[in-house]
Design a protein. Sequence first.
Lengths: 144, 145
Amino acid sequence: MALMPIERGKIREYATATAAARPAYTDDPKAPVPPTFLATVVFWTPIGETLRSPAVLRACAAAGVPADLGSLLSLEQEYVYHGPLPHAGETLRTAERLRDVTVKRTRDDRAMIVVRFTVEFRDERGDLRAECNYTSAYVQRERR
Amino acid sequence: MSELASESVSTVRGLAAGSRLPERTFGPVTMTDIVRYQGASGDMNPIHHDDEFARAAGFPAAISVGMLGAGWLAAYCTEHLGEQTVRRFRTRFSSVVFRGDRLTASAEVTRRFEHGAETRVELDIRLRKDDGTVVVSGSAEFAVR
């Protein structure tokens, strides 16, 4: 749980880094967030804490997959917005929850621990404004 | 630029299922693109900028950031549909991208529907390499009225 201020300069920086440096993002003091901007929540709270939860670590250990950065791949991210888009000047409150953990095999038959988790963003009134549904996986390294 | 954007938005209001947005090309991907996105997003995983680290993890070289491709697709969609109107944006990463790859964004309207007081379009979105390999695919919903 953390507070995330939506900052104008951060939106300008993010828009520039994604080839979206248009006035609606760069010049408006109340600029809306670009569709994937909430990924920057990691500057305010360490997202993916559920990737280190006991259920995930147990699954990795059982499958012989190291639960480390070199094995971690992001497979899918989905942003869902409710009500008006969050904009510069607002502060959102975040919370993360684990959805599920499944063991799969890659096409070349390596073990893969797939973890789904959600980060929600609520405004100062407590209204749900956005959710990010993450699907990530720890993948066994190629044998050499 | 803003005139062009508002023109695109008004064009899109007429979009029906089967309509396609004009394609847009990004790259060739450079290390600068990658580190600028990593700095902006806060994802500092060295697998994206440290070739040696990436080789230890089984890749021939550092791989680009999946979310940079998603961000480019988002830039492409908002350019045509407006910055205030995204309602859902889902991206799946199906193939890794290396420096030097050129990427092309495309989108097709799959559905036009009412949601509460809004009219929305759902789009299939895609980012592919020059050889046709799809690197990011997904779907998005935008309000058009």
